[in-house]
Ligand binder design. Structure first.
Ligand code: GAL
Length: 355
């Protein structure tokens, strides 16, 4: 009888102890999958108000659209570092610019029972399918870098997008040209003649930067002439090839080279130098991202300027949002995009961005 009572008492104590631990998500969770078990056993809490304190630890699957992308390399390294420093078990995979491959990777992560996913989609047009998959599995998910529409995201409340508003970066590129001594009109013929080296046009980043860089000029009352627009898919070699061809075709008529990102601008610079042209004297060149190589060229006067695409800031925000999701936060439709600001980089402030 005494024994039974003692047993009953210890069971009671254990239950009380477990209940107390369940409510304390601030306790680091290093076991990998206990977070998910915890979520599975907890009834849905639709409240947006007071998310629990973030639970460090657990497993995170990170899907990157393509490892050879220079900017996304900086970004994924930052993500990995932040997540690991917080005690998460992280696996980062390369989608190799292949949506079918990325879909498989997402499914594998789900089968493995990851606690959260951070996904940089290969194609924004595949967002519906990606969202349906993570929703069916109930995995808290942060989308990064390639923004779906608000409607696409609205179907799943454990989903958030972290990125930048690409319109802002386009406008800043245009302003960098407006701020030059002749406002981009090097030959003084009353108009700015430019070539546009575009990223992957499937991305809003490429679409908006292309549109808003030029819009900044026309909004300021400047006449523009587009000599050529070619897609370079964010890649340095493509930037080099495209600008070499354009310079061969249009020669000194080219006053401004707009590149949707820095890696293509570095390629463009190689072509500009090979053609015997000199940036900031007989041609202007701008990019976006503030890659280390581009900062160096801005400092040396070989690029007119660039725009900081804050990889660290975005990685930090992505992890913050992921932890809020893990703590039980849900997102209302129309409030699922978190933006980090771009910053204009010129020779005057470039030192602030160099490590
Ligand atoms: C952009 C970035 C590009 C490329 C692209 C991939 O934000 O500026 O360099 O990384 O994302 O989607």
């Amino acid at each position: 009888m005494k024994k039974t009572l003692a047993l009953l008492l210890s069971v009671l104590m254990l239950v009380t102890l477990l209940a107390a631990c369940g409510g304390d998500s601030g306790t680091p969770d290093t076991s990998g999958d206990s977070q998910q078990e915890e979520n599975a056993g907890t009834p849905e809490e639709p409240s947006n108000d007071e998310p629990e304190a973030p639970a460090a630890g657990g497993t995170v699957g990170v899907c990157i659209y393509q490892f050879t992308d220079a900017f996304m390399t900086t970004y994924r390294n930052a993500l990995q570092e932040i997540l690991e420093s917080k005690g998460y078990n992280v696996t980062t995979v390369d989608g190799a610019n292949d949506q079918a491959k990325q879909n498989e990777q997402i499914n594998t992560f789900i089968t493995q029972g990851v606690d959260a996913l951070i996904i940089n989609p290969v194609m924004t047009s595949a967002a519906d399918q990606i969202i349906a998959t993570v929703q069916a599995a109930g995995i808290p998910t942060v989308l990064i870098n390639r923004e779906p529409t608000a409607d696409q995201m609205a179907v799943y409340d454990k989903l958030v997008y972290v990125g930048c508003d690409a319109r802002q970066s386009g406008t800043m590129q245009g302003e960098l040209i407006l701020d030059t001594p002749n406002g981009g009109d090097i030959n003084g013929d009353g108009k700015v003649s430019y070539i546009m080296v575009q990223g992957d046009p499937e991305n809003v980043d490429a679409q908006y930067r292309t549109e808003f860089s030029v819009k900044a000029l026309t909004d300021a009352g400047v006449e523009v002439e587009e000599l050529n627009l070619t897609r370079g898919d964010w890649m340095r070699e493509r930037g080099q090839e495209i600008v070499a061809n354009d310079l061969a075709q249009f020669g000194s008529a080219v006053e401004v080279v707009f590149c949707n990102n820095d890696d293509m601008a570095i390629g463009a610079l190689q072509a500009i130098q090979a053609a015997g042209r000199k940036v900031n004297e007989d041609i202007y060149l701008v990019g976006v991202d503030a890659l280390d190589a581009a900062l160096e060229e801005v400092k040396n006067g070989n690029m007119t300027g660039t725009v900081l695409n804050d990889a660290n800031g975005q990685a930090t925000a992505a992890v913050e949002q992921m932890e809020l999701l893990l703590g039980g936060k849900t997102f209302a439709a129309g409030e699922q995009s978190v933006y980090v600001d771009y910053v204009k980089v010129t020779p005057d402030n470039v030192g602030d961005f160099m490590g």
